[in-house]
Design a protein around this ligand. Structure first.
Ligand code: CU
Length: 152
């Protein structure tokens, strides 16, 4: 029993490590239409982006981080009985050779407590994090509160 468990642990560690180094979801993700809706004062800002997966396997966005904001969360907006609401979600899947859209009224990254005021026209770097631990940086353009997409 003792001998078996001491043998099993190094094997398992090795297996986990090699799986993680082979799979890299971020390598297969192309971002476009990346923008942030800046709201006045200390209100949280929504970040939106189109994610395209060029890989043969599903990729899963788990969240993001930015040096410009204290914390970020992956959210989904919905309307229930005419009331707008948001909920936290664990992940957003991007199908193999498919797309997922973060857009107003649906999935978004919620950016909270800017370190310093983010102004319209600023470029904010976000690091997107995927379920295999891989990450990708993307530039998000800050747009005004009444914007509905990345361009005008
Ligand atoms: Cu939100």
């Amino acid at each position: 029993m003792m001998a078996r468990s001491t043998l099993a642990l190094p094997l398992l560690t090795c297996l986990l490590w090699s799986t993680a180094s082979l799979a890299n979801q971020a390598d297969h993700i192309r971002t476009s239409q990346a923008w942030i809706r800046v709201l006045p004062g200390d209100l949280p800002a929504g970040a939106y982006v189109t994610l395209e997966n060029t890989g043969d396997q599903v990729a899963s966005l788990q969240g993001a981080s930015s040096l410009r904001y204290t914390s970020t969360m992956l959210h989904k907006s919905s309307t229930e009985g005419g009331m707008g609401r948001m909920e936290m979600v664990e992940h957003l899947d991007i199908p193999a050779h498919g797309k997922a859209e973060l857009a107003p009224g649906g999935y978004h990254l919620m950016l909270m407590k800017a370190q310093a005021p983010v102004k319209v026209g600023d470029t904010v770097k976000l690091t997107l994090r995927f379920s295999d631990g891989s990450t990708q940086e993307a530039d998000f353009i800050a747009r005004p509160a009444n914007a509905t997409d990345a361009t005008h």
